[in-house]
Design a protein around this ligand. Structure first.
Ligand code: RFL
Ligand code: PHB
Length: 389
């Protein structure tokens, strides 16, 4: 089999890239380790930057999003049983969009199927060959049969635990990592959101976040210990803890109900440099991870896709390889800014086991500064709605 671009991983990054390439007449194949149902059962991000929404429209996969999503013009920050709003529209002329990653991924799979584009599910033992030549290939096993796919380029969109990154030799690859000493316990419930905007809360019992998917579907999180387990948390225990961490005004009106999903995610900052090696290009979680505070994981996968898609388009249309040659450098510039923002939001809003009284005073000062300083709010708003590509 031969294609122009082989895409490893059928998560949002791989699917979006595949669909954009398809619309530009560039032939690709997506190789996914799991089944489509499994990929669509993962509950993850929910806040989309304008750049991602525009890319979905370009990919021809935004119709349902346009009909069903919600625009948000600000966010609430709570601390010390008080709260303040940061109105994005005062500082930047762009809202964010509330639409679940699961729905976005479903739309991309549907668009891919409608276009008759090739996707192979449940592929095993993916190995990338000849990456430093003009004719790389992907070897894998499907239904017990060995398959080789010859191609021009390979996009490694296979997430943090994928195999693509490991194909960059250890002598070249540099990994930067910070693991946070806590996780997020999240639940999805068919309950009314507590407020029209998201509420990020710093409390002396730890961080909490009230988010939503629509007017009858809420997504809430509380900071928990890294080694905690969902079985330790009944729904009632979760709601009680959430109420203790958010301002009374919200706790009193919080609608509770049975969870329809409950999971714990670890918090990590991670960057792999470089993001390209010969004919292999990493996109999304395969190359970097952010802690979810600020909702940047999915959005940063999308900015990588933007750079890679445009670089490939320039090469196939004009034989101009400048953008391909500089992909890693270009993508990493934005990645590190997003890493900084996600780390800053995490540091400002969570309790760390090692916090001293001094650290807590600094955190309070940071929050008071943000509450009282328009330029600090503007800096948050610019980052939250999404840095330009
Ligand atoms: P994904 O979504 O992990 O998709 C990668 C795909 O590659 C497949 N794969 C392979 N396929 C073939 N061969 C192999 N050897 C393969 N190895 C892996 C996987 O099955 C998968 O389908 O990466 P992508 O596309 O880069 O998208 C990134 C986003 O999914 C991610 O940044 C966000 O979901 C991160 N994230 C969150 N981001 C937010 O902005 N807000 C959130 O609330 C939020 N919650 C989360 C999250 C990530 C989580 N993970 C990864 C643990 C919650 C969780 C639990
Ligand atoms: C979510 O709705 O899942 C969400 C929202 C904002 C975040 C993280 C997750 O910062």
């Amino acid at each position: 089999m031969r294609v122009q671009v082989a895409i490893i991983g059928g998560g949002p990054a791989g699917l979006l890239l595949g669909q954009l390439l398809h619309r530009s007449g560039i032939d690709s194949i997506v190789l996914e380790r799991q089944t489509r149902e499994y990929v669509l059962s993962r509950i993850r991000a929910g806040i989309l930057e304008r750049g991602l929404v525009d890319l979905l429209a370009q990919a021809g996969a935004a119709d349902r999003l346009i009909a069903e999503s919600y625009s948000h013009d600000g966010t609430v920050i709570a601390y010390n049983n008080q709260q303040f709003s940061i109105p994005f529209s005062k500082y930047v002329n762009k809202p964010v969009t509330v639409y679940g990653q699961t729905e976005l991924t479903r739309d991309l799979y549907d668009a891919r199927e409608a276009a008759n584009a090739k996707t192979l599910f449940q592929v095993e033992n993916v190995v990338l060959n000849d990456l430093k030549t003009d004719s790389p290939s992907v070897h894998c096993v499907l239904d017990g049969r060995e398959i080789t796919i010859d191609c021009d380029y390979i996009a490694g969109c296979d997430g943090f635990h994928g195999v693509s990154r490991q194909h960059i030799p250890a002598s070249v690859r540099k990994e930067f990592e910070k693991v946070y000493p806590f996780g997020w316990l999240g639940i999805l419930s068919e309950t009314k959101p507590v407020h029209e905007e998201l509420v990020y809360a710093n409390s002396d019992r730890g961080f909490a976040l009230c988010s939503m998917r629509n007017e009858n579907l809420s997504r809430h999180y509380v900071q928990c210990a890294s080694d905690d387990h969902v079985d330790n948390w009944s729904d009632n225990a979760f709601w009680d803890e959430l109420k203790r961490r958010i301002p009374e005004e919200f706790a009193e009106t919080l609608e509770t109900g049975p969870s329809i999903e409950k999971s714990i995610a670890p918090l990590r900052s991670f960057v792999c440099e470089p993001m390209q090696w010969g004919r292999l290009f990493l996109c999304g979680d395969a190359a970097h991870i952010v802690p979810p505070t600020g909702a940047k994981g999915l959005n940063t996968a999308a900015s990588d896709v933007h750079y890679l898609y445009n670089a490939l388009k320039q090469w196939y249309a004009d034989k101009d390889h400048h953008a391909i040659d500089t992909y890693s450098e270009t993508a990493l510039k934005r990645v590190w800014k997003v890493e900084r923002f996600s780390w800053w939001m995490t540091s400002m809003l969570h309790r760390f086991p090692e916090h001293t009284e001094f650290d807590l005073k600094i955190q309070q000062a940071e929050l008071e500064f943000l509450q009282s300083t328009e330029s600090a709010q503007a800096a948050l708003a610019i980052n939250y709605v999404g840095l330009p590509y």
